[in-house]
Design a protein around this ligand. Structure first.
Ligand code: C2E
Ligand code: MG
Ligand code: MG
Length: 762
């Protein structure tokens, strides 16, 4: 506008000066009074002068104008070049939008950023809205509208625009509108910056921050001087230190003192050489606890390759270590008692044998079994059984030497490996100590429980050269200890091996014995002590072995139990006894009772009631002539369902007797509950009568107990008249024993009965 005015002013001045010149010069010529011809010529000169002056003026003005313009253009070009250079340096692009015409100009940089070629036809101009990412479109347009409406000082927005070859990229657009005097925007000019990389690194940083905070692995960042700059939440949880406590300190605050200087030196060396180190470190928590961690340390370098930080990431592996140790422990130890198991025992035994071989020494192996453990387990339950095993293990361990190994093989079987001994005799005090461990009762379920153990002993090199042989032989010796009444120890001898072989041979021929009718039933009389008359009989099994001759039950019944043949034997004897009794009743021998032994397995398996019914029915015998005997140990260990079976037997009218009374562990509660008519005093308390005071006291006590429970008493194993007399005095009225008769075959018993019948008739 001002240039227009100056142009007008110059033109006006020129017009005035020209007009004045024309008017004044013409008047001056007239006033000077020149002639018409001279005036004519002066007029021409004057005109020429005017033209020359005007031309000169035009020349100077034009020249000045053009000079200034060129100068301005040059300056503009320089400033444009500077601007372009500055933009190129900053990698920003420029856009210029004429709002009225809708024309948009994108700078070269801008086009390149959006993937448009410099020379190609495709043009981003006017396409801004189309290039916007659908998710960002609304917000970007709103930001523009706000600025155009004057609600914001500056247009600024970050959004995605479609790149011609590379999908969407992130851009930061900013600009400012130019407005007319009324404030209406007519043009908006701004810059565009590709911030994709920045955005991605921001995202990465954000993700890294989340990982840093949420990972369960501890993370420590230190500076190049190894001072802690930052630690994460997991670090604090694992070490027990808060971030404030450790930032600025060196990681050596966690040192456990378990690693020597060499260890750290190697770590730093690896960090220097390779830029990273990985390994297990034992550190100390704030509470003093030392724990293992698996740690990775990385060196971080700046752009110039200078060390700037260390980043250490570590996991607390104490739990893994513990479970590794536990797995390792359980592979070699019994979980219940924590004692070494068979595997570890074998290892130690092999080692002990090797050592003994070199040093010409002996190794002892004691096989230990808790007597009647099964009864405890069955009657008190498995958890009480477990408690007992633990307590027994504790006691035995406390009494063993440190260099010896007490192992549990399973069930109630333990083994003590006694290392470094000179002779078998050295094992006797060890065995006695083990037996003594069981002198005191165990307190299980708040009940005192009296137990004992049987021990079988074998010796290297006397009884075997390897672990396997020693174990087998100790086990064989254990059987001997059990057979000789339990609560004792026995050494392995060659004879024992023969015994074991014989057992195996007997077991296989026992099957044939049952089917091949080799079993015999012998009968032993029970006598009324007041008159010496046979009032009953006990049926006792025998095996007529084709080669070994007549075998008594102690030779084959234990084998029958393990071979599962007891039930067949009992049923056979029952049937024979019922048949025989009915015959003798028919013959008029006036017998009151036929006693038949009942094994635990028969009672347990449940079909005993049915078998008895059938046997009675088959032989036409009345139930009250039959008595079933159950040993005290069996009677005490059976479960409620067995009690019900005993009740059913009683209900059939059958009498029940407890055999070998005094040898087991009767509970009075249970005894009262049992539907029993008779107690048979064990031979063990009778044989030493009348001399043994203790036995006499026990016999007297049993008789008193029986009487108070309203039970009949039978004394077993009466061999002398003194015994009979003493028992009569004590209040026992029935006896069985060699004094009256050994167990005999039916034919011989019949003779006795016949004699008795004849004498009573005469
Ligand atoms: P038990 O039922 O206590 O039988 C009494 C045992 O004592 C018999 O031994 C008998 O011969 C023996 N005996 C009797 N009087 C005397 C004596 O005065 N002195 C001595 N030293 N011994 C005497 P046996 O026949 O060898 O039977 C042993 C055990 O085998 C029996 O003890 C019984 O528990 C069991 N048994 C025998 N036959 C059978 C059977 O058919 N079934 C079952 N389940 N067990 C049986
Ligand atoms: Mg008996
Ligand atoms: Mg008996």
């Amino acid at each position: 506008m001002s240039s227009n005015r100056s142009a007008w002013q110059i033109t006006l001045i020129y017009l005035i000066v020209s007009a004045l010149w024309i008017l004044l010069s013409d008047n001056a010529l007239t006033w000077l009074g020149f002639g018409a011809e001279l005036q004519q010529r002066l007029q021409t000169v004057k005109g020429l002068m005017f033209i020359s002056l005007s031309a000169g003026l035009i020349f100077f003005l034009t020249r000045n104008y053009l000079r200034r313009r060129r100068q301005q253009e040059r300056e503009l070009r320089i400033s444009e070049q500077r601007f372009e250079l500055a933009l190129a340096g900053s990698e920003d692009g420029v856009w210029d939008w004429q709002l009225n015409s809708g024309q948009v100009h994108f700078s070269r940089q801008c086009r390149a950023m959006l993937g448009f070629s410099e020379t190609g036809k495709a043009d981003p101009a006017g396409k801004w809205a189309e290039l916007l990412h659908p998710e960002d479109s609304a917000a970007a347009r709103q930001a523009l509208r706000d600025h155009l409406a004057g609600r914001t000082q500056r247009f600024h927005h970050v959004h995605r625009l479609r790149h011609q070859q590379d999908g969407f990229r992130w851009f930061e657009a900013s600009g400012r509108a130019l407005r007319d005097p009324t404030g209406k925007p007519w043009r908006i000019l701004g810059i565009l910056r590709d911030v994709t990389a920045q955005k991605e690194s921001e995202d990465r940083l954000r993700q890294a921050a989340v990982v840093f905070d949420s990972t369960t692995e501890g993370v420590v960042i230190t500076d190049a001087d190894n001072r802690m700059l930052n630690v994460n939440q997991a670090f604090c949880q694992i070490t027990g230190y808060s971030a404030d406590e450790v930032i600025g300190a060196k990681p050596s605050v966690l040192k456990s003192g378990w690693h020597d200087a060499d260890f750290y030196q190697q770590m730093w060396q690896a960090l220097e050489q390779d830029g990273n180190w990985q390994g297990e470190v034992w550190n100390r928590r704030k509470n003093g606890e030392i724990y293992p961690q698996w740690q990775t340390i990385n060196s971080v370098y700046d752009k110039d390759g200078k060390l700037s930080h260390y980043v250490a990431v570590f996991a607390d592996i104490s739990k893994i270590k513990r479970s590794e140790q536990e797995i390792d422990f359980l592979a070699h130890n019994d979980p219940l008692t924590r004692l070494p198991n068979r595997l570890l025992l074998n290892e130690r035994l092999e080692n002990a044998i090797q050592r003994a071989k070199r040093q010409d020494e002996k190794v002892g192996l004691i096989f230990i079994a808790i007597d009647r453990f099964k009864a405890v387990n069955d009657s008190l339950g498995h958890s009480a059984g477990d408690d007992l095993l633990r307590a027994a293990a504790q006691r035995m361990l406390a009494r063993s030497r440190e260099q010896d190994t007490l192992a549990r093989l399973g069930g109630d079987e333990f083994v003590l490996l006694v290392d470094d001994i000179q002779s078998a005799d050295a094992l006797i005090p060890v065995a006695k100590r083990l037996l003594a461990c069981f002198d005191q009762p165990f307190d299980i379920d708040q009940q005192p429980l009296h137990l004992s153990v049987s021990l079988g002993i074998s010796l290297y090199p006397d009884d075997g050269n390897d672990a396997r042989a020693l174990l087998t032989h100790a086990d064989t010796a254990l059987t001997l200890a059990k057979d000789s009444g339990r609560n004792t120890y026995a050494f392995y001898t060659q004879a024992l091996t023969l015994h074991a072989r014989e057992r195996i041979a007997l077991e296989s021929s026992l099957h044939q014995a049952i089917s091949g009718r080799q079993l015999r039933v012998y009968y032993q009389p029970q006598v009324d002590l007041s008159n010496g008359r046979i009032i009953g009989l006990e049926a006792l099994v025998r095996w007529q072995h084709p080669e070994l001759g007549l075998l008594t039950p102690d030779r084959f019944l234990p084998i029958a139990v393990t071979a599962g043949l007891m039930i067949s034997i009992d049923e056979y004897v029952l049937n024979q006894a019922c048949q025989q009794m009915q015959r003798w009743l028919d013959a008029g021998f006036g017998l009151q009772r036929m006693a038949v032994n009942m094994s635990g397995s028969w009672l347990e398996r449940g079909q005993v009631v049915e078998s008895v019914k059938q046997s009675l029915a088959r032989n036409g015998l009345h139930a009250h002539f039959l008595e079933l005997e159950l040993t005290e140990t069996e009677a005490m260990r059976h479960s409620e369902s067995n009690l019900e079976r005993l009740d059913s037997l009683r209900q059939l009218g059958i009498a029940l007797a407890i055999d070998d009374f005094g040898t087991g562990y009767s509970s009075l509660m249970r005894l009262k509950r049992l539907p029993v008519n008779r107690l048979k005093i064990d031979r063990g308390f009778v044989s030493e009568l009348p001399h043994d005071q203790n036995d006499a006291a026990i016999a007297r006590a049993i008789i008193a107990l029986g009487q108070s429970l309203n039970m009949e008493l039978v004394a077993e194993g009466v061999e002398t008249r003194e015994q009979a007399a003493m028992l009569t005095d004590m209040g026992c009225h029935i006896a069985q024993g060699f004094l009256y008769s050994r167990p005999l075959p039916a034919v011989e018993i019949e003779e006795l009965l016949q004699q008795q019948l004849s004498s009573s008739l005469s």
